[in-house]
Structure formats: structure tokens, C-alpha cells
Design a protein around this ligand. Structure first.
Ligand code: PXP
Length: 257
């Protein structure tokens, strides 16, 4: 089997979480994005939440204009976020479910149950040249729905796989593997992310039809112990070890980058 290069999108939301704990400007997520680029990231991911708990509007503006890597904007499917995305035209937008009371993005988007609401939002982003992905559970129904509304990419939620252990983790892994194969079969580009760590990344990175991983919280946390640069380099190395012949060919490269 030919392995395609696997891109690493570094999510910098929690650099902003730490900044916002005190207000002010430190640590600066844009500086973190530059550092991530130097450490081997292929893209930068940032989630502008409705409540602006971490990333702020000004961060998106600066990320869109100042960083040397493609920006992947995670956003809820709302008119407010659509207007922001159309203003900045990031390389990519990942549509995520969002609830104010959640601590993080819990579960995937119900695309199958919201076809008519999501279709025009996806359409307007695609029309503007933004690569749209839908953040979904590894459920073939949701993949088929993403395809039906014209999204070219899906991102599979790896949270449950990471949270569980033993047989439950194996079951989650099998679902992700099957969903990644289904994505390929129906012509969707397949990404994955949420909760990935040094301990959980390798099996996911070894799935040949997954071409991008988005990883944030663990890298920012690990930066406290070994530094952000070293954490990203180690993650990158673990990903590359899992892809014989599929190691990346350079930052910013990739099927749709
Ligand atoms: N992918 C998506 C769509 C997400 O919403 C998140 C969290 O913002 C991630 C990936 C990264 O998850 P984590 O921060 O747990 O690595």
C-alpha cells in the first residue's frame, strides 16, 4: 500500500487559554504558531468559540495575515462565524458542534440530522475557496451526510479512542479505521483529531487513508515539561515512524494544502 504524507496541524487554542487567565498578551498564540512552523507543523489550527474563551477575533486576524502556514479555522455553523470565515478566508475551516457549557468539543457534529442547515454554510465556504471539513464521529452515516452536502473533507473525532483503554479503545479504533476506509471509498479526504498524545497517536497515524492530524491540548501541556518545540518534534517523529515511506516531504506540503 502507498502511504501518503501525514500532515500535522498544531492547535494553539490553549496558548490563548493561558494568556487569557491573566489578560494581557503573554503567551502570544501567534508566536506559538511561528514556533510550531519551525518545529515541523504543516498547519495551524485555532477554534474561535462563540464565548471567546481562548482564541480572540484579533488572534484570527493575525494568524490569517502573519503566519507562514495554512490556517485551519475551527468554527460553529453560525452566521457570525461564517461572516468571520468569509472575511479572513482561511485555508481551511472545520465545522464543529459547540455548546457553551462544554469544556471541550464533546462528540462530533450531527451532519445527518442537520443537512439543510449545514448545506448552505458549507456551500458558501467552498465557493469562497475555503477547504471545508466536518468534525464527526466515526459513523458511516455521518460521512455519507458530509459527502451529500458537498464537504470535501471529514475529521474523525478521536476523543473516545483516547479516553478509553483496553477493549473499549480497540473497539473505538476499529470504528475509526473503518470510517477512514469509508471516507476513501466515497471520495472524502480524511483527517482525525482530539485528545491525541504521544501514547495514542501512533495507531491513528498508521491508518493509511488519514492524511492530517490536528493536535493541541497535549502539546501545550507537554510544553510545560519539555518545551513546545520538543513536544511538536516528538509528535512529528512518532507520526512519521508510523508511516513507512509516508514521512512528510516538507512543511505546508500535502494533498490539498
Ligand atoms: N480537532 C478538532 C475539530 C477540535 O475541535 C480539537 C479541539 O479544539 C482538536 C482537533 C484538537 O484536540 P486536542 O486539543 O484535544 O488535541
Amino acid at each position: 500500500m502507498t502511504f501518503r504524507p501525514l500532515r500535522l496541524g498544531v492547535n494553539i487554542d490553549h496558548v490563548a487559554t493561558i494568556r487569557n487567565a491573566r489578560g494581557g498578551r503573554h503567551p502570544d498564540p501567534v508566536r506559538a504558531a511561528h514556533l510550531a512552523a519551525a518545529a515541523g507543523a504543516d498547519g495551524i489550527t485555532a477554534h474561535l468559540r462563540e464565548d471567546r474563551r481562548h482564541i480572540a477575533d484579533r488572534d484570527i486576524e493575525r494568524l490569517a495575515n502573519e503566519i507562514p502556514l495554512p490556517l485551519n479555522l475551527e468554527m460553529a455553523a453560525t452566521e457570525e462565524m461564517l461572516a468571520i470565515a468569509l472575511r479572513h478566508r482561511p485555508h481551511a475551516a472545520c465545522i464543529v458542534p459547540e455548546r457553551r457549557e462544554e469544556r471541550t468539543t464533546e462528540g462530533g457534529l450531527d451532519v445527518a440530522g442537520n443537512l439543510e442547515a449545514l448545506r448552505p454554510i458549507v456551500g458558501r465556504l467552498v465557493e469562497a475557496g475555503v477547504r471545508v471539513s466536518m468534525f464527526i464521529e466515526a459513523d458511516p452515516r455521518q460521512l455519507d451526510a458530509a459527502k451529500a452536502i458537498g464537504a470535501p473533507v471529514v475529521e474523525l473525532h478521536t476523543g473516545a479512542y483516547c479516553d478509553h483503554e483496553g477493549e473499549a479503545r480497540d473497539r473505538e479504533f476499529a470504528r475509526i479505521q473503518a470510517a477512514a476506509a469509508h471516507a476513501e471509498a466515497i471520495g472524502l479526504e480524511c483527517h482525525a483529531g482530539h485528545g491525541l498524545t504521544f501514547d495514542t497517536v501512533k495507531p491513528i497515524a498508521a491508518i493509511a487513508t488519514i492524511v492530517e492530524l490536528n493536535i493541541g491540548h497535549f502539546l501545550v501541556g507537554e510544553a510545560i515539561f519539555i518545551g513546545f518545540d520538543a513536544a511538536i518534534r516528538r509528535m512529528r517523529a512518532l507520526m512519521d515512524e508510523s508511516r513507512p515511506g509516508g514521512a512528510r516531504q516538507g512543511a505546508g506540503q500535502g494533498a490539498e494544502a
